[in-house]
Design a protein around this ligand. Structure first.
Ligand code: BGC
Length: 290
């Protein structure tokens, strides 16, 4: 259960975010996981959530190693193994080396969360090719490279019955902007639209091998990527006009979804995007209009 004591329309000042209150079943025990972009925001929460659910976790980062170390210590605090591993997910050689290192250290992998992503916002007419390519490279090509490396390991190893009924679980972090067009963010929205069909096509291709592939589409979550959308009272009220559930999402809301999707509790779920968005995709303008 979410913490309902929060006042829906008052932002918590940064640093005083509510602690996760929801427990995790340990349904991922013995299942090593990798989470890309795991040193902040949603990636950090997912890495910690998977650890709480039983995984040893590889924490990928590209800058700020100290924050990755921090996340690793939190994971160890839950009694799991953690490793930090640097790689730019848009670079094939770095991704290949990362997966080799992680598989070498953990023995294998059962869960792969391709989460690393960023925004480089610009009006369409002003957007540079570099802004386009950076976002597509990290958000979309990065997911292709990481999930391809993960799938190869899942296939090599196959199902280990005592551990999971699936040979591996892939989760692709998307966004409500895989369906909601977003002026001023065409690179980001295109990358997320691409992730939707990347995820669905991988799911179709890999299902016969008992590899499950799903996406999560977060709405507005309290993370550094969108601070300007929630860190003042005015911005928060404005944001709430887009959120029928009338609270911002917390990173742990996404982590809970990831842990469930990775577990055998979701064994018949593949090729699906789980929207975790407080109703942002419900056309809130139509609550009164139309
Ligand atoms: C974006 C955020 C935005 C949210 C809802 C996310 O994918 O990264 O900046 O607040 O979508 O629009």
């Amino acid at each position: 259960m979410a913490d309902l004591s929060r006042k829906p329309d008052s932002p918590s000042p940064p640093g005083t975010e509510p602690l996760p209150k929801v427990s995790y079943p340990e349904f991922l025990r013995g299942q090593p996981a990798i989470v890309t972009g795991a040193n902040s925001g949603i990636g950090e929460a997912v890495a910690i959530g998977l650890a709480r659910a039983g995984c040893d976790v590889a924490v990928n980062y590209v800058t700020h190693p100290e924050t990755a170390e921090d996340v690793a210590h939190k994971i160890e605090g839950y009694g799991r193994k953690a490793m930090v591993v640097k790689a730019d997910v848009s670079k094939e050689d770095e991704v290949e080396t990362m997966f080799k290192t992680v598989i070498g250290q953990f023995g294998t992998l059962h869960v792969s969360v391709s989460n690393a992503g960023l925004q480089k916002d610009s009006a369409f007419l002003e957007m540079t090719l570099a802004e386009w390519e950076t976002v597509i490279g990290i958000n979309l090509t990065g997911q292709f490279l990481c999930q391809r490396a993960a799938a190869r390991e899942f296939l090599r190893r196959g199902v280990v019955e005592d551990i999971s009924v699936a040979a591996g679980k892939m989760i692709c972090m998307s966004s409500v902007h895989q369906t909601i067009p977003w002026a001023g963010h065409v690179n980001y929205a295109s990358s997320k639209g691409g992730i939707k069909l990347l995820m669905e096509s991988m799911a179709q291709e890999l299902a016969p091998h008992r590899i499950r592939v799903n996406g999560i589409a977060p709405g507005a979550i309290r993370t550094p990527i969108n601070t300007a959308a929630w860190n003042t009272k005015e911005a928060y009220s404005e944001l709430m006009t887009l959120v029928p559930y009338k609270r911002i999402g917390e990173p742990d809301d996404i982590a809970q979804a990831a842990a469930w999707l990775a577990s055998d509790h979701a064994d018949y779920v593949t090729g699906t995007t789980l929207f975790v968005d407080g109703g942002m995709t419900l056309y809130p303008g139509f609550a009164q209009g139309g």
